[in-house]
Design a protein around this ligand. Structure first.
Ligand code: ZN
Length: 150
């Protein structure tokens, strides 16, 4: 096994990761005892996400999503749920801000390990029409966090 070197190889790896999350989404389904439920739609692409979140104090103790749409929207939701589960609201908001930066073309964010597998979506920044797909789940999560804090 050699390490991937070329941009094309990296891009192929990222593509595999996105498709893997799309085909075998993590944390998909209904969450019993959820504290908050938020639905979001991206009419440009037809993506839908419903996010259920359970809190323990300021910590997201569990979350699940349901939805349908393009591979980017669903893979992004799957990756997000894996990454933020067990984290505190402030840390999640910071990750969300950096992911937004990444989607808006800030290449430095692509090197930050805090973004975990979400970095696989860095190529989406080159396709502005798809950025809304990638951010849909994050919009839902940020709405859930905002509702929690009021
Ligand atoms: Zn989409």
């Amino acid at each position: 096994m050699s390490r991937p070197e070329s941009a094309a190889e990296l891009s192929a790896l990222y593509q595999d990761l996105i498709l893997d999350h799309y085909r075998r989404p993590r944390n998909k389904g209904a969450l019993e005892n959820a504290d908050t439920r938020v639905e979001m739609k991206n009419p440009l692409c037809g993506d839908e996400i419903a996010l259920q979140v359970a809190f323990d104090g300021n910590t997201v103790s569990d979350l699940r999503f349901s939805g349908r749409g393009c591979s980017i929207s669903q893979a992004s939701a799957s990756m997000m749920t894996q990454l933020v589960k067990g984290k505190e609201a402030e840390e999640i908001k910071a990750i969300g801000r950096r992911f937004r930066d990444l989607m808006l073309g800030d290449a430095s964010a692509a090197g930050e390990k805090e973004l975990g597998q979400l970095r696989a979506l860095s190529g989406v920044a080159r396709f502005p029409a798809r950025v809304k797909c990638a951010l849909l789940a994050w919009n839902a999560l940020e709405t859930a966090l905002a509702e929690r804090s009021t």
